[in-house]
Design a protein around this ligand. Sequence first.
Ligand SMILES: Cc1cc2nc3c(=O)[nH]c(=O)nc-3n(C[C@H](O)[C@H](O)[C@H](O)COP(=O)(O)OP(=O)(O)OC[C@H]3O[C@@H](n4cnc5c(N)ncnc54)[C@H](O)[C@@H]3O)c2cc1C
Length: 372
Amino acid sequence: MSTDVEALVVGGGVVGLAIAAELARRGGAPLLVEQHARVGMETSSRNSEVIHAGLYYPPGSLKARLCVEGRELLYRFAAESGVTAKQIGKLVVATSDSEVPALAALADNATRNGVDDLVLLDAAAARALEPAVSCVSAFLSPSTGIVDSHGLMLALEGHIQAYGGEIALATRAVSFTRTGEHFAVELESAGALTTLTTRALIISTGLQASTLSAELFKGTPYDPPQTLLAKGHYFTLAARAPFSRLIYPMPPPGGLGVHLTLDTAGAARFGPDVQWIAEASYDFDDPEGARRRSFERAIRRWWPDLPNDALLAGYTGIRPKISRPGEPAADFAIHGPATHGIERLVALFGIESPGLTAALAIARHVAGLIDA
Ligand SMILES: Cc1cc2nc3c(=O)[nH]c(=O)nc-3n(C[C@H](O)[C@H](O)[C@H](O)COP(=O)(O)OP(=O)(O)OC[C@H]3O[C@@H](n4cnc5c(N)ncnc54)[C@H](O)[C@@H]3O)c2cc1C
């Protein structure tokens, strides 16, 4: 592993990998360090693997812009790199008359984000597409899709190495100092400490972004955002689902509602719900089956024929939130020199959904902040 590099990316989730791949493609010879023995073992492998169209985010926000741009980049990258991605589309459904105005407002928001292919459907048209669905009206988002997130991360690893970048696994960044034009970063690997110098530093550490930044920005006037944790649980379906598209209800605060997604092999999963937690833990807790019953109630609003006892406990993922419970979702916080005043340093906070979809566009944005 090099000990003096042009750019160091800390964090080997999909976003850090995409950033390192972009820097490598631009000739920046980055080093990426990841604390676990493999890349993508945290949020990047614990999500819905949906390529979002860009429906939900406030127009003009980074989430809206980078999702729409990232979605196109992702479909193209997947096609060129042999990563499985399928543009299967999704239905967003209103299950009562009271939800119809919110459905219309969501469609209008999506249009303002540049999502120009939505198809409004009445109940009969929705059932013609998805006979098992129950709703009073819906819209179809044809540009929504799914991606094999593991395949994507493998392909990004390949790109980093093919363009002259390096990846050091089982290597944790533990402390930082600024020395003139450079950053000195202490790395811990197999119990041994080494110090590396880098001209550019990117902190893409997901759930740990605030903890690391507290150390990094100590003694500066900049106050990094606090990361709060919102866990989501997924149930899987014991049988094949009678749907060929993704089905989403109207979104409640903090998440997108208990929805159906399909993985690229066709297996169905439901979730994620929203549970604010104090400390990161991926345990799947379902005290006395209360969570399962609550999922069943939510799913039967749009799939009344969900069989009894069909849901199996699946897995969990944790959203790195920088908004508090009850507040509107915050935008991605991608803080470069214009925010904190330090050249060639970018720290990313609150990279929750649609971070997988947006990863390649986030990478371009970050590379622009470093080059500027
Ligand atoms: C429940 C859930 C569902 C989601 N569904 C979708 C979806 O369908 N579509 C979509 O577009 N997005 C979705 N997202 C969002 C998406 O998964 C994330 O935005 C994305 O995975 C974030 O990637 P990341 O690289 O920023 O973070 P992570 O994947 O968390 O990667 C950060 C990495 O940094 C490493 N790290 C931390 N500290 C250090 C250190 N000191 N030294 C070295 N390494 C370190 C960690 O080990 C980790 O591997 C979902 C998120 C959740 C939680």
